[in-house]
Every structure is written in C-alpha cells, then in structure tokens.
Design a protein around this ligand. Structure first.
Ligand code: CTP
Ligand code: CA
Length: 227
C-alpha cells in the first residue's frame, strides 16, 4: 500500500473532500437531514487517494464504509463540517461534494420535545448555515489552489450552476442533474457538466465512480506542473 501511495500523479498533494448530508438537530432524538448518499463524494476521495493524494474525507452520516487509505472524519452538522474543514487547511485541493443543510434549527431544544395539551405542533425556527464551499473559496493565504464545488439542480441546470459558480468563488463546479427522471440522487450514475473559467464541458452519463476517476485525473492534470 505504501508503495502504491508513493506513486501516482497526485503524490505529495493534500486533498480535502466533503461528502454526505449534514444532520441538524431539532432535539436530542430528531433532526433535519436530506437524502444524500455520499456515494459521489466518497468515490472522489477514493479516486484521489488512488492517484496518490493525501486525502482527508469529512463526511456527514452515510451508510457507506470508510474508504481505505485516507483519513476519515465523521461529523453531523454543517457547523462541525466547516470547523473540521478549516482545521484541515492548508490543502492543495478541496472538493465540496457534501449536501450541506442550508439551515440549522435555531430553537433546537436540549430535551426531547413533548406534545402539549394544545395539540398544536411546536414551531421549528431556522437560521442560515455557513457556506463551506464559499468560505474555502475566499481569497487568502490558506485558500486551496483548486476549489471544486457541486451544483445539484432539478431544473435549469447550467443557468443555476453558472450563478452558483460566480456566487461561491470556486474554481470549478460539477453541475449535477438531480431531477427525479435523472435517477442520480442516491443512484450509481451521474449526468454532469464541468464548469470552469474556460466554459462548460458536458460529460456523458457515466457511473459515479467514473465521474470521480475523471475528476481526479483532471485535478492531477491541473495541479501537475504548477506546484
Ligand atoms: N455547500 C457548502 N456549504 C453550504 C451549502 C452548500 O459547502 N452551506 C456546497 C456544496 O457542497 C456544493 C455547493 O456548495 O458543493 C452547492 O451546493 P448547493 O446546495 O447546490 O447550493 P446552495 O448555494 O446551497 O444553493 P441552493 O441549495 O439554494 O440551490
Ligand atoms: Ca443547498
């Protein structure tokens, strides 16, 4: 294993990957989450490791085993994910594939919420979560050389992805069709476009493993020769 890791085009490159959903607690037994499987993010971490990168995978709760040959850190909330990601810097490349909850429950209770005599459901108040991709993309000495985000969209894929690209300040966006007919969410295949400063590349419908492989090689090509 050691000698396999020592070879490869990403030898000496530090990579950070976020994957999976985040869970935002409502009370000690309940949370707001989403259906992200973590398959794509985990596959990217594995592909980067296969090319020799020193990978840290930060993952929300998923049903997948920890991939081999990397450091895996398990978190629950968006805030924990951000804190852990910042703690991993500096890295050469960051890939934010996690489906981070956009909101956290600001009135989460320490004790389990109980039904009361009124029969009314209790209010759930939401507050915005920090944006991990945008934070990592901020200019500064600790900014990774390459920051890659995902844009999961159910409609107007390229239009929404382009807007996200500009708003987040990242270098690449993998635009991901997650509409129900695409069958991508939770499935094994993905239909993606890669957006860079240079424009958009359409990738054929390929497995998430192949998307990961292709992305990892593209990362290697980009970082190679630009130490
Ligand atoms: N992302 C993140 N932190 C957040 C929200 C999103 O790091 N709090 C990252 C995701 O990992 C992904 C990218 O931002 O790489 C886009 O996520 P997405 O949910 O598609 O974008 P949002 O900006 O949250 O917009 P919306 O959900 O309204 O489409
Ligand atoms: Ca979102």
């Amino acid at each position: 294993v050691e000698s396999l890791l020592a070879a490869g085009p990403l030898k000496g490159i530090k990579a950070l990957v976020t994957s999976g959903p985040t869970y935002e607690p409502i009370d000690p037994v309940r949370f707001i989450g989403n259906r992200s499987s973590g398959k794509q993010g985990h596959a990217i971490a594995a592909a980067l490791a296969r090319l020799g990168a020193d990978v840290t995978l930060i993952t929300g709760p998923v049903k997948l085993p920890d991939p081999a040959n990397m450091r895996v850190i398990h978190v629950e909330t968006a805030r924990e994910m951000l804190g852990t990601a910042l703690g991993c810097l500096p890295v050469d490349v960051a890939v934010c594939a996690a489906a981070v909850a956009d909101w956290t429950v600001s009135n989460a209770s320490k004790e389990k919420r109980k039904k009361d005599a009124s029969g009314q459901p209790p209010p759930i108040e939401l507050a915005a979560n920090p944006d991990i991709l945008a934070t990592l993309s901020e200019k500064g000495s600790a900014r990774p050389r390459l920051v890659v985000g995902f844009a999961a969209e159910t409609e107007k894929l390229l239009e929404h992805a382009r807007a996200k690209f500009v708003r987040k300040g990242c270098d690449w966006i993998v635009a991901n069709d997650v509409s129900p007919h695409s069958g991508t969410f939770g499935g094994d295949f993905n239909t993606v476009h890669l957006l860079t400063q240079g424009g958009a590349e359409e990738w054929p419908r390929i497995s998430k493993t192949d998307v990961a492989e292709r992305l990892a090689w593209k990362i290697a090509d980009t970082l190679k020769g630009h130490p």
